[in-house]
Design a protein around this ligand. Structure first.
Ligand SMILES: Cc1ncc(C[n+]2csc(CCOP(=O)(O)OP(=O)(O)O)c2C)c(N)n1
Length: 391
């Protein structure tokens, strides 16, 4: 079995300075080790974990994601439409529950046969991780050198690969003071474009803008392409997780996730993770048009959903409903001068230009540009940085 402490130290020593995942009993020792060292973000969904790592990468970190193979299915959307096309590399550890020829629970049987094939189909290189410490350390050293820039790599981890590490009791994280300003009158329902104009004029050079997939990214692009803009074109629902990773990686910069109601509903669990880590440099704005406008205007189920109330209950320190553009401006200013993880919901009406452009810059250029813009040359040679998640 691998000496888990030695292995964990070697990962850190190779400059892997950001970890996120969802536990699996096969990965328990290494995850326990990383939780004990304070380096691990507890995602609620493997897809979110991949997106959090991706945001951290664009913030200059070198991320590792950990998951059970059943969770690989949850991660297919970001792995295929975020990491692959934006050329955002993650090093992954995926367990092999249900390995062929080994007795396991029935739910793992099929995934046990197809884990490697899924990685192949996704175009992700992989290896089985050796259970011998020097060999495993050699694999890491080789992969660090060999993984071409921008390409993810996964280790498949069999049962009994890591020797046990006991989980230390982590300090309880209290939500602390929470402010909720809910809907109290009718909404003025501006257009998405009007909201984006305000966000853009407010954000300046120190704020990364992560725009959700569909019309939001396209309209942001039309308002003027900029180095700090990130136009998602897939991985629907991952905008706030990308922002969380970025916010944790770059505490000296601000980040705004611009979400849609359909996208937020798709990965609503992310609210809990965002609220748990509550980076004060992150703002989560939801443009709620009660519609999947980008795919033809089909109604979403957001009509009866109180998004600000949900964010408040999830633990966001500040959850606000903006009834119109003036309130939005006021809330943005408040965040600028009194920072706390802030959620703003604004109801908007549908309506977009008939000749709305698509970004002419490639996704790979967008992510490279964002990482370079905020990190300069530092990101070319990753160095081990102190990373502790603050309470
Ligand atoms: C996983 C996934 N499912 C479906 C789609 C197709 N899709 C692209 S944009 C979109 C609508 C997004 O709705 P919302 O977040 O409310 O934003 P809006 O289009 O209203 O601006 C959908 C369903 C997708 N890109 N990814």
């Amino acid at each position: 079995m691998i000496d888990t402490m030695k292995f964990g130290k070697s990962l850190l020593g190779h400059g892997f300075d950001f970890y996120a995942g969802v536990p699996c009993s096969y990965l328990k020792p290494i995850i326990n080790y990383l939780i004990n060292t304070g380096e691990y973000v507890k995602a609620v969904n493997e897809g979110d974990a991949v997106a959090i790592c991706s945001g951290a990468y664009m913030g200059g970190k070198r991320p590792i994601v950990m998951m059970q193979n059943s969770g690989l299915a949850n991660a297919v959307s970001p792995l295929s439409s975020l990491n692959s096309i934006f050329q955002i590399p993650v090093l992954g550890f995926v367990s092999l529950r249900g390995e062929t020829g080994h007795l396991d629970e029935p739910q793992h049987k099929l995934m046990g046969c197809i884990t490697d094939k899924i990685l192949d189909i996704l175009g992700i290189e992989w290896e089985f991780l050796s259970d011998n410490t020097p060999e495993a350390l050699g694999q890491i050293a080789r992969v660090v050198k060999a993984v071409p820039e921008g390409r993810s790599f996964f280790f498949i981890v069999r049962k009994n690969t890591f020797c046990d590490v006991e989980l230390c009791k982590s300090p309880c994280r209290h939500a602390g003071k929470k402010v909720l300003v809910g809907k109290s009158k009718s909404d003025s329902m501006p257009l998405r474009r009007e909201v984006l104009e305000i966000v853009k004029s407010f954000s300046g050079d120190h704020t990364a803008l992560i725009a959700t997939t569909g019309y939001t990214g396209r309209e942001l692009y039309e308002l003027g392409d900029h180095n700090n803009n990130f136009y998602m074109v897939g991985s629907m629902g991952c905008a706030s997780s990308i922002a969380l990773g970025f916010a944790l990686a770059r505490k000296d910069r601000n980040v705004i996730a611009i979400d849609g109601d359909g996208a937020l509903l798709m990965r609503m669990g992310a609210l809990a993770t965002n609220a748990y880590y509550k980076p004060s440099n992150m703002l989560h704005l939801v443009l709620d048009n009660n519609s999947y406008e980008s795919t033809g205007g089909q109604e979403t189920v957001s009509g009866n959903v109180d998004f600000a109330g949900l964010a408040n209950k999830a633990g966001y320190p500040r959850a606000l409903h903006a009834h119109g553009l003036d309130e939005l401006k006021k809330y943005l200013e408040e965040w600028k001068y009194d920072q706390a993880l802030t959620f703003i919901n604004i109801k908007i009406r549908c309506g977009s230009s008939e000749t709305l452009k698509r970004p002419e810059i490639s996704p790979a250029e967008v992510s490279k540009r964002l990482r370079g813009f905020f990190n300069g040359d530092n990101c070319k040679t990753p160095v081990l940085q102190e990373f502790r998640i603050q309470n």
